[in-house]
Design a binder for this molecule. Structure first.
Ligand code: NAD
Length: 506
């Protein structure tokens, strides 16, 4: 078992990774077990192409067992009915355990998802602990309401947990996405069945084990790895699940709406895809910073970020300078082994994702001008020769209707397009079926306010990209979904309001 002390002993990150002993079974009722039918699936390291582990492949029977366990735990009241302060202490203990096991968790996250170790150690794992801590601290400070009914009647409005929450998450931030769902759902007193993405099941299984160690009672948190079309669908269709919180593609989000309609009308919350626009006006004072952030906004995590700034809209007078600057930045990025701390961009999550993104690059070459990247990087070294890598890729002069301007690519591919006026910039930015996030760069405060009001997006970042914090709600409009993760607003998804009316004496 790996612990923080190992970081001192001079091993490379790859050597440390080789010592990991990932949990690979389904976690139900506080214990690991194989799938009912004994099936498994393989999870790979996308940087090397090598198999990491065979993982239990949960199916409908396993989902049912997890839901039964979650329901039993909920009905027992051993989590749902304890004092908020007790739940707070347990979730704080979990946050401490995440910190204690940060090296192991960061490595699991990096090898399973191809994520940079420089980021999993400094962002993903500390960020996960911080989210549990924030909801732990929030939960015993939430008050109910007394309604202004008048007279001697008394009506109180309280928040109650829903019961059994299903959580289905993607592979780009396996730990943080789990925390976005689990922390508020558990804080509110629910039991949860979590289905991690098939590409990245490992960190969630370890997290469940740590939660049990922290004192989360058996059955309150269950993790069922498996395929979307099997375990994910079974969770969506289950008749005893009260709510599904989903983060993933718009296509699958749509299916969850259907599952709810076909089963028990469970509540569905969707955080789906995006095609976020980054608007650069020519009055921005620090253009170099804007260029730097434009590159960061698309190449971070190889563009596999739902709010990635994949469309860069640039005012004509600064267009050439911005294109040159972004191209220079793209060409200078160090692409390679995510377990090398100097690497700036790692692989895509899988070979399948690489093929998908490469098809978009081919389509782009027919419709726009390829000005950087588009190929597999040279000199990846022996370790990464079988990995799923793509160069940071930039297209300029992209038309608004071009495939690469419309479709969510979910890879390191930027579409740059010019605009003349503020009016045109807003129109181009809103010409998308998505509405997750947008960025505006301007030093004119009136323009910043005007434009951000008119953009169809859940989050608008002004003079930065991808502004995000546990204190602010995150989610989209249009086909980016509905409902909000993070902030106190996330608790709305996992609680229902109950009115209790005490009649006055007659
Ligand atoms: P995906 O939709 O393919 O998978 C997401 C989850 O759904 C996985 O756990 C998967 O197993 C499950 N799933 C797949 N098919 C299913 C089915 N038929 N029935 C039930 N479950 C099924 O998405 P992905 O490829 O893992 O992730 C990338 C997508 O996630 C992108 O579209 C990205 O924008 C989106 N995303 C959105 C946010 C957000 O907050 N809005 C955050 C991260 C990622």
């Amino acid at each position: 078992m790996m612990n923080a002390g190992d970081i001192e002993n001079g091993m490379t990150w790859r050597q440390r990774a080789a010592r990991l002993q990932p949990r690979t079974q389904i976690f139900i009722d506080g214990a690991f077990r194989p799938a009912r039918d004994g099936r498994t699936f393989v999870t790979h390291d996308p940087a090397t192409g090598k198999v990491i582990a065979e993982v239990a492949r949960g199916g409908a029977e396993d989902i049912d067992a997890a839901v039964v366990s979650a329901r039993r735990a909920f009905a027992s009241g051993r989590w749902s009915d304890v004092t908020p302060r007790e739940r707070r202490e347990t979730l704080l203990a979990l946050a401490d355990l995440i910190d204690e096991h940060s090296v192991e968790l960061a490595l699991l996250e990096s090898i399973d998802g191809g994520k940079l170790i420089s980021q999993t150690t400094t962002e993903d794992v500390p960020g996960t602990a911080a989210i549990f801590r924030w909801y732990a601290e929030a939960l015993d400070k939430m008050y109910g309401e007394v309604a202004p009914t008048g007279g001697d009647d008394l009506a109180i409005v309280t928040r109650e947990p829903l019961g059994v929450v299903g959580a289905v998450i993607p592979w780009n931030y396996p730990l943080e996405m789990a925390a976005w769902k689990l922390a508020p759902a558990l804080a509110a007193g629910n039991s949860v069945v979590l289905k991690p993405a098939e590409e990245t099941p490992l960190s969630a299984l370890r997290l469940a084990e740590l939660a049990a160690q922290a004192g989360v009672p058996d059955g309150v948190l269950n993790v069922v790895p498996g395929l979307g079309v099997e375990a994910g669908q079974a969770l969506g269709l289950h008749h005893d699940v009260d709510c599904v919180t989903f983060t993933g593609s718009t296509a699958v989000g749509r299916m969850f709406l259907e599952y709810a309609g076909q089963s028990n009308m469970k509540q569905i919350w969707l955080e789906c895809g995006g095609k976020s626009a980054n608007l650069l006006f020519d009055d921005v004072a620090d253009l170099d910073r804007a260029i730097e952030y434009a590159a960061r906004g698309i190449f971070s995590l190889s563009g596999q970020v739902c709010s990635a700034n994949s469309r860069l809209l640039v005012q004509r007078s600064i267009y050439d300078r911005v294109v040159d600057g972004v191209v220079a930045k793209a060409r200078s990025l160090r692409v390679g082994d995510p377990l090398d701390e100097n690497t700036e961009m790692g692989p895509l999550v899988s070979n399948q994702q690489l093929q998908r993104v490469s098809r978009f690059v081919e389509a782009g070459e027919q419709q726009a001008t390829l000005v950087a990247g588009g190929r597999r990087p040279a000199d990846l070294g022996d370790e990464c020769s079988g990995g799923s890598f793509l160069e940071p890729t930039v297209f300029s002069d992209v038309a608004a209707h071009a495939t690469i301007a419309v479709e969510e690519i979910f890879g390191p591919v930027l579409a740059i397009m010019p605009f003349e006026t503020e009016e045109e910039a807003v129109r181009l930015a809103n010409a998308s079926e998505y509405g997750l996030a947008a960025s505006v760069w301007t030093d004119n405060i009136h323009r910043a306010r005007r434009v951000s009001r008119r953009l169809s997006a859940g989050t608008v970042s002004v003079n930065t990209v991808d502004a995000l914090d546990v204190t602010v709600p995150f989610g989209g409009v249009r086909q980016s979904g509905f409902g909000r993760d993070l902030s106190l607003h996330a608790l709305d998804k996992f609680t229902s309001l109950k009115t209790t009316w005490f009649a006055a004496e007659s």
